[in-house]
Design a protein around this ligand. Structure first.
Ligand code: IP8
Length: 256
């Protein structure tokens, strides 16, 4: 398995995070177009849940370990699938052979950490020119019954498992910021301990740790020599530039 590219688009980009269950249709359309203009060979797309996942998961207390409200679990799962469906539809309309993959049906966690994920279907998809579109979800959990699985954990798992060439994380901010709001252009596992206290959690409801949770996962990737780029996917052209391997913006997280 070679040369896999993973791109995560944050839920904050695809949805209106201030209103529960509201799509950001304009952005979904623009991003699908940018993806279609780039190199989609051996590409895996992952997206966050945004206002289709975080508010409802919070409402049913699913961010509390061991809270087994299975009606809430199903309703949350159905909502994130609605977002996935809208994104996949737009990708297909732009000529991409996009295929939905729902973690609830192929992954399990243990104490909130992704423990097992069936990836042979994902590998076959990319071998056959299909672009899998995976998302943050709720999944069964060996210890807690159920837990929330963020797209960031899926990024980490798949990038390590499939030995990704590069990883992109498109958010609604310009990258990882320092105290003065300036973008930190590069982070390594060595510099991370200084930067960690500066990372805040999201201003919107975020049950999976916001930027801090994201960087934690990406530093683990850098330790395994897989570089990742955190950039603003809300800025026109950035998604296309990432796919063209032409990133001179945002934050790169690399081994040294
Ligand atoms: O937006 C969260 O996924 P994320 C999934 O990638 C749910 O952190 C269900 C809130």
């Amino acid at each position: 398995m070679s040369e896999v590219t993973i791109l995560k688009i944050g839920g904050s980009v695809l949805t209106d995070k201030s209103k529960e269950g509201k799509l950001n249709r304009k952005e979904i359309a623009r991003i699908a177009k940018e993806i279609a203009s780039g190199d989609v060979r051996r590409l895996i797309l992952i997206h966050g849940a945004g206002s289709f996942g975080h508010p409802i998961a919070k409402k049913f207390g699913l961010d509390i370990p061991g809270r087994q409200n299975y009606t809430g679990v199903t309703l949350t799962h159905e909502m994130v699938k609605d977002l996935n469906r809208a994104f996949v539809k737009e990708l297909i309309e732009n000529g991409i052979a996009a295929m939905p993959v729902h973690p609830m049906s192929c992954a399990i966690s243990s104490k909130g950490r992704l423990n097992k994920m069936m990836t042979s279907q994902i590998e076959l998809m990319i071998d056959n020119g299909v672009v899998p579109v995976i998302h943050g979800d709720v999944v069964m959990d060996l210890d807690w019954g159920v837990s929330i699985l963020s797209g960031d954990q899926i990024v980490l798992h798949l990038a390590q498992r499939l030995n990704a060439k590069r990883v992109g994380v498109g958010t609604d901010v310009d990258g990882i910021m320092d105290d003065d709001g300036k973008v930190i252009t590069s982070i390594t596992p060595k510099t991370f301990s200084n930067i960690k206290p500066l990372l805040t959690t999201s201003k919107n409801i975020d049950v999976t740790g916001g930027m801090s949770g994201k960087v934690n996962e990406l530093v683990k990737l850098a330790e395994g020599s897989i570089p990742s780029y955190v950039f603003n996917a809300s800025k026109k052209g950035n998604v296309a530039a990432f796919l063209e391997d032409n990133v001179d913006f945002g934050t790169v997280i690399r081994s040294d």
